[in-house]
Design a protein. Structure first.
Length: 124
């Protein structure tokens, strides 16, 4: 459903995923070409009506958070990216991602080595 959202609603949802939670003011501050405060609140209300965002109150302030688990949203977005730009090849996508960084941290290298080892064991 995320991919069918209008551009501004998707932007607000992605900001909340990145922040994990935030007030309308925090979302507005993170937006490109920030719209008015009332426009941001309207976008948040629309996302809430669609079941993508929830809120709780901290005093008089609403704090919003994405309802779907951000990792699940990220996995879906990554699958679409791999299918669209890398013809479904996770290896091609991983190679391209690794080319974006100049240096990997030791823990990142270890995680990649584990992932490759696990893929080999699964017979992938």
């Amino acid at each position: 459903m995320i991919e069918t959202l209008p551009r501004r609603e998707r932007e607000v949802f992605e900001i909340l995923c990145r922040l994990e939670q935030g007030t309308a003011a925090a979302v507005r501050q993170a937006m490109a070409g920030a719209p008015s405060d009332s426009a941001v609140r309207t976008l948040l209300t629309r996302l809430e009506a669609k079941g993508l965002v929830g809120h709780h109150s901290e005093g008089a302030t609403y704090v919003y958070a994405p309802v779907p688990h951000p990792e699940a949203v990220a996995a879906g977005a990554l699958n679409r990216l791999v299918d669209t730009f890398f013809a479904g090849s996770a290896a091609s996508a991983a190679t391209a991602l690794l080319g974006l960084t100049k240096r990997l941290k030791p823990d990142e290298l270890a995680a990649l080595e584990r992932a490759i080892r696990n893929a080999r064991e699964r017979g992938s």
